[in-house]
Design a protein around this ligand. Structure first.
Ligand SMILES: C[S@@+](CC[C@H](N)C(=O)[O-])C[C@H]1O[C@@H](n2cnc3c(N)ncnc32)[C@H](O)[C@@H]1O
Length: 302
C-alpha cells in the first residue's frame, strides 16, 4: 500500500529535536512509513481502511494515543498493535474512536435546513415515491433527527405525502449507541428554538430530553465506514445524502472518490449536501448540478 501525499499536509520528518512538548522532549513524529504501517495494521485489526485520511490527522491522533498509553515512539506503538491479541484489538478501537471528531449540533447551519424544508423536501415529496435519506457520518444523531424532523414537517404540509426513512451511519460505535437512544442533555438542545423543541423532544429526566417516538420510528442507525466500498453497495437508493463535516478529514483524492461514490448512491435527481467548508471539486465537479453552492447543496442530474 502506498501512501498518497497530500501537498497541503506533508508528513513530518522522523525527528524534530528543536520542538518541546510540555516539560519533556517532544515525542518523535511518525514517518510516512510509520503511517502506512499504521493504516495497514489498523485495517488488519478493524477491517476499516483509513488510507484516505489526511496524514496530519493520523499523525495527531497517533501522537495522542502514544501519549495516553505512554508509548515512547511510533515504532513502539505500532509494534504493540502488530503483536495482535485482545490488547491490540482494544487499542485499535481506541485509535479509531480518537479519529472521530463527534462535534455536531441539531440543525447545524440552520440555513441549510431552511432550504431543505422550503424547497428540497417539497420537491422530493412531490415525486410521490417513498423517500430515503442518508446521514453519513451522523455522530450522535443530531443531524439525522434534524433531517427527520424537517422532512416530517414538509410532509405534514401536504394533503398526501409518501412515507420516508432516514438512515444514520458512522464508524464510531459509541456515538451510534447514543444516537440510537435519542436522549440528549439540555445543553445539546441549546439553539433549538422553543417551538421546535416542543415538537421534537419530550423531557425524560432532569435536564434530559428524548426525541419523540414518531420521529424515532422514522430513523435507523447502522455502523458503516463511508470509505468502504461495501457501504455503497446499493446504488441509486437515496433521494438525499447528507455527508457533512467528514470530508475535511480526508485527502483530496479520497474526497473526490467519496463524492463519486455518494453520487452513485443517489437516485437520479437525488440531492447531496456537504458541510459548510466542503465542496465538490475535481472529477465529480461536472457530474453534479450545483443547486446552491453557498449552502453546499448539489443534485445528481435526472
Ligand atoms: C464532525 S462529525 C460531523 C457530524 C455531522 N455530520 C455534522 O455535520 O454535524 C464527523 C463524524 O464523521 C464520522 N466519521 C469520520 N470518518 C468516518 C468514516 N470514514 N465513515 C463514517 N463516519 C466517519 C465521525 O465518527 C464523526 O461522528
Amino acid at each position: 500500500m502506498r501512501w498518497r501525499n497530500s501537498p497541503c499536509c506533508p508528513v513530518a520528518p522522523t525527528r524534530d529535536p528543536g520542538r518541546r512538548h510540555g516539560a519533556g522532549p517532544h515525542p518523535p513524529l511518525a514517518t510516512e512509513r510509520d503511517l502506512t504501517r499504521a493504516v495497514e495494521v489498523l485495517y488488519a485489526l478493524l477491517g476499516i481502511n483509513l488510507l484516505g485520511y489526511k496524514p496530519n490527522v493520523l499523525q495527531r491522533r497517533l501522537l495522542a494515543r502514544m501519549r495516553d498509553i505512554g508509548s515512547a515512539s511510533p515504532a513502539e506503538y505500532l509494534a504493540r498493535l502488530e503483536a495482535g491479541g485482545p490488547e491490540a484489538g482494544q487499542e485499535a478501537r481506541r485509535f479509531l474512536a480518537s479519529l472521530s471528531v463527534r462535534v455536531s449540533t441539531f440543525f447545524r447551519d440552520p440555513q441549510v435546513f431552511t432550504a431543505l424544508g422550503e424547497s428540497v423536501f417539497p420537491e422530493l415529496l412531490a415525486r410521490g415515491q417513498e423517500l430515503r435519506v442518508w446521514s453519513a457520518g451522523c455522530s450522535r444523531g443530531q443531524e439525522t433527527y434534524s433531517l427527520a424532523y424537517t422532512l416530517h414537517r414538509s410532509a405534514g404540509r401536504r394533503d398526501a405525502a409518501p412515507g420516508f426513512s432516514v438512515l444514520g451511519t458512522d464508524v464510531d460505535a459509541g456515538a451510534l449507541r447514543q444516537a440510537g437512544l435519542g436522549v440528549y442533555s439540555a445543553k445539546a438542545l441549546e439553539g433549538v428554538p422553543d417551538e421546535v423543541r416542543g415538537e421534537m423532544f419530550e423531557p425524560v429526566a432532569e435536564q434530559r430530553w428524548r426525541v419523540l417516538p414518531h420521529l424515532r420510528r422514522q430513523v435507523r442507525f447502522e455502523a458503516g465506514n463511508v470509505l468502504d466500498p461495501a457501504t455503497h453497495a446499493g446504488a441509486e437508493r437515496f433521494d438525499l445524502v447528507a455527508c457533512r463535516n467528514l470530508l475535511i478529514y480526508l485527502d483530496r483524492p479520497a474526497q473526490e472518490e467519496l463524492i463519486l461514490a455518494l453520487r452513485r448512491t443517489l437516485r437520479p435527481g437525488g440531492y447531496l449536501v456537504l458541510g459548510s467548508s466542503e465542496t465538490v471539486i475535481g472529477r465529480p465537479w461536472g457530474l453534479l448540478e450545483h443547486v446552491d453552492p453557498a449552502l453546499r447543496i448539489y443534485r445528481r442530474p435526472q
